[in-house]
Design a protein around this ligand. Structure first.
Ligand code: ATP
Length: 230
């Protein structure tokens, strides 16, 4: 469904990503892990049209993504839940969700409330007054409102307690099974490799390891560098 092939990208003359190959298939959860500054966010930005690529190709369902506007990429079925959630803190949960559906004229929030019942109880609450976990649910919910076929989530776990991360992460398989594949960027490698089916490890702008998540979880290089084992 998503095919990234030989992609390089960066900011101005500063190259950040080199020769990235990555795929996401239908209904799949794929994790992208790696240390601070490896380029994970930059790759998501390239996929959603916020950063230009300097080499390679990105295609989604056979359509070239490069050269399209952010809005056109949303129309293709790709949604981006940014690092730090970026909600409108003064707007209610309901309005934040509706903004996510604006582009595709979707005002039906039932699917999101079904996924995250906690949001259903707080639709009239201003988003900025919710807990970090509830805000992340709202950000993911907003991302779902465009009915994407691929949702990219940047740092789901940022600033959240492990039990809250787990509560949210355990919803991801349902979202994927429902027809929205997920590309999950995470510094919490343990969580990412537990919830994902496949994963890529990005270090200083290059993919250095990839494979089934379970195999990477057992890989001594991953255990040593990312899980504090060994
Ligand atoms: P983190 O988890 O810390 O966000 P990351 O893997 O997502 O790390 P990126 O945010 O993609 O990494 O950053 C990769 C590199 O690109 C870093 O060296 C960073 O300083 C640089 N970079 C990020 N954003 C910009 C920008 N707007 N302009 C110039 N350089 C940038």
């Amino acid at each position: 469904m998503l095919e990234v092939s030989g992609v390089s990208a960066g900011y101005g003359r500063a190259e950040v990503l080199w020769d990235i190959d990555l795929t996401v298939k239908e209904k799949e959860i794929v994790a992208l892990v790696g240390p601070n500054g490896a380029g994970k966010t930059t790759l998501l930005r390239a996929l959603s049209g916020m950063v230009a690529t300097t080499a390679g190709s990105i295609s989604f369902r056979g359509t070239t993504v490069q050269g399209r506007s952010i809005e056109q990429i949303v129309d293709l079925g790709i949604s981006h839940v940014p690092e730090g959630r970026r909600l409108f803190p003064g707007l209610t949960v309901r309005d934040n969700l509706r903004l996510g559906g604006w582009r595709v004229k979707n005002t039906d929030i039932d699917r999101v409330v079904e996924m995250f019942p906690r949001l259903g109880e707080r639709l009239g609450q201003v988003a900025g007054s919710m807990s970090g976990g509830e805000q992340q649910m709202c950000a993911i919910g907003r991302g779902l409102m465009s009915r994407p076929e691929l949702m990219m989530i940047d740092e789901l776990s940022l600033g959240l307690a492990p039990v809250v991360v787990e509560e949210i992460a355990e919803r991801l398989p349902d979202i994927a099974a429902d027809g929205t594949s997920i590309l999950l960027v995470e510094q919490d490698v343990d969580t990412a490799l537990t919830v994902a089916e496949r994963a890529y490890v990005l270090e200083t702008g290059r993919i250095v390891l990839s494979g089934k998540a379970g195999e990477l979880l057992a890989d001594p290089r991953v255990q040593e560098s990312y899980l504090g084992i060994g």
